[in-house]
Design a protein around this ligand. Structure first.
Ligand SMILES: CC(C)(COP(=O)(O)OP(=O)(O)OC[C@H]1O[C@@H](n2cnc3c(N)ncnc32)[C@H](O)[C@@H]1OP(=O)(O)O)[C@@H](O)C(=O)NCCC(=O)NCCS
Length: 168
C-alpha cells in the first residue's frame, strides 16, 4: 500500500455537534460520562480516519477529565485534532464543550488524548502519513505528544508485566 503524502492537522480536524437528549442522561439530567467517552472516541477516530484513510484501532485514551456536567437540552461539541504521528500510530486531542442553546454560553467540559493504530482488515499495522508541523504551536503540540507517548508506553509495559504475573 502506498503511503499518502504528509498532511496538515487542519485537513483532518473534525467538529461534531449534537443535542443532549433525555436518553443520554443520568437521573440528575446530565449526560452520562460513558456517552461522552463514546463521543470522544468517535470524534477522535474520525479525525484519524481523515488523516490516515485507513482502518484504526484505539490503543490508549488518557488525560480524560470531566470539569462540568452537560445537561439535557444543551449542545455537546467535540473538536478533534491530530497532534502527532509516529510510524503506525497517531495521537489526537479531543476537546469537549457544552453550549446552552438559549444563551449560547459555552464551557469547556473535557479534554482527552487518544492514540490510534492504523491497520488493514487482517490486523497488519500500516504506516501513517506524516503530519506537517507548520506553526510553533503545531511543533509544541507534537513535542508534548512525544512526552505523553513515552508515558503511555511505560504504562503499557507495566500492564503487560502485571498480565504476565497474573497468568503465572
Ligand atoms: C493497540 C494494539 C494494536 C497494539 O498492539 P502491539 O502489538 O503493541 O502493536 P505494535 O507493537 O505493533 O505497535 C503498534 C504501534 O502502536 C503503538 N502503541 C501500542 N500500544 C500503545 C499504547 N498503549 N499507547 C500508545 N501507543 C501504543 C506502538 O508504539 C506502535 O507505534 P508506532 O508504530 O507508531 O511506533 C493492540 O494492543 C490491540 O489490538 N489492542 C486492542 C485494541 C482495541 O481493541 N481497541 C478498542 C476497540 S477498537
Amino acid at each position: 500500500m502506498t503511503t499518502l503524502p504528509p498532511k496538515h492537522a487542519s485537513a483532518s480536524a473534525t467538529e461534531m455537534v449534537q443535542v443532549v437528549l433525555p436518553n443520554d442522561a443520568n437521573p440528575l439530567g446530565y449526560i452520562l460520562g460513558g456517552t461522552v467517552m463514546h463521543l470522544i472516541d468517535i470524534a477522535g477516530a474520525i479525525a484519524c480516519h481523515r488523516h490516515t484513510r485507513s482502518l484504526l484501532v484505539t490503543a490508549a485514551v488518557d488525560g480524560l477529565q470531566f470539569l462540568h456536567p452537560i445537561k439535557v437540552g444543551d449542545l455537546i461539541i467535540l473538536k478533534a485534532r491530530v497532534t502527532a504521528v509516529w510510524s503506525t500510530s497517531l495521537e489526537v486531542e479531543v476537546e469537549v464543550f457544552s453550549e446552552e442553546t438559549l444563551t449560547g454560553m459555552r464551557k469547556m467540559t473535557s479534554r482527552a488524548f487518544l492514540t490510534f493504530v492504523a491497520t488493514d482488515r487482517e490486523g497488519k499495522r500500516l504506516p501513517v502519513p506524516g503530519l506537517i508541523l507548520e506553526t510553533p504551536d503545531d511543533q509544541q503540540r507534537a513535542a508534548e505528544a512525544d512526552v505523553r507517548r513515552a508515558e503511555r508506553l511505560k504504562a503499557r509495559r507495566e500492564l503487560e508485566q502485571r498480565e504476565l504475573e497474573a497468568s503465572r
